[in-house]
Write a protein of this length. Structure first.
Length: 248
């Protein structure tokens, strides 16, 4: 995976007011940390950040950060750790970067892509993908764009597992090899729909039958509880009256 250069300027002022001014000027505030280095606050051009994100491979990108005050090392790069987005304008509010060593393995999530034509689909079945991404361990420069699982020759009710994912050399899949990843579900027939409707009707009839056999409905239980509370209160008042008469 190639590195993408991102030029940033050191952010001097802190606080929400300073961040708002940066955003108004088309900048995105951020921080970079990791590897025991000093945490540095910076600002980057919003358009340039979008360009970097567009070039991200499977959601992952290696960044060569050009920032005054940051140590330079050919074996060090940065990755995007987190981006806070505006829920209204769908624009980045801030970005967190993390320093990583290019000579040490890291764990990242990579998309799983289904490829091939399954005979089961031609027979009316449907592709049911259970996992859309998986964690892998590899060197940062070897992060794959995607993981491919082939569904060729899959029939209805067949399953492909994690062990069937085509793994590039030097990539370790951090997933149970027996975990199902994709299946070919059989088509839903009219009989299936009728059975589901019958089951729902049966459940309703059973609930009515249970109520008829003595089970009290929730609303009736509330009424009974109120009646019992009223009776207990009356008994208490009568008891107090009897005690008063006895004392006289």
């Amino acid at each position: 995976m190639e590195q993408i250069t991102l030029v940033a300027v050191k952010k001097k002022d802190a606080g929400s007011g300073a961040a708002k001014k940066l955003r108004a000027a088309g900048k995105v505030p951020g921080v970079v940390y990791g590897l025991g280095r000093e945490t540095l606050a910076f600002a980057v051009d919003r358009r340039r950040l979008f360009e970097v994100l567009d070039r991200a491979t499977g959601g992952n990108v290696l960044i060569s950060l050009e920032l005054a005050g940051a140590e330079t090392d050919t074996d060090i790069a940065a990755i995007i750790k987190e981006i806070q987005w505006s829920p209204v304008h769908k624009e980045p509010l801030s970005v967190d970067l993390q320093w990583i060593s290019l000579t040490e393995t890291i764990v990242v999530s990579v998309p799983i892509v289904v490829q091939g034509d399954a005979p089961g689909v031609e027979e009316g079945g449907s592709v049911n993908q259970l996992y859309y991404e998986a964690e892998v361990e590899c060197l940062p420069t070897n992060i794959p764009q995607q993981l491919v699982i082939d569904i060729t020759d899959m029939n209805i009710a067949d399953t492909r597992h994690a062990s069937d994912i085509a793994m590039p050399e030097g990539i370790k899949l951090l997933m149970d090899p027996d975990e199902g990843v994709v299946t070919i579900a059989r088509p839903i027939t009219d009989e299936d729909l009728e059975v589901r409707v019958d089951e729902e009707l049966l459940e309703g009839e059973l609930e009515e039958l249970e109520l008829e056999e003595g089970e009290v409905a929730p609303e009736d239980m509330e009424e009974e509880a109120e009646v019992e509370e009223g009776e207990e209160a009356e008994e208490g008042e009568e008891g107090e009256a009897s005690e008063d008469e006895g004392s006289e």
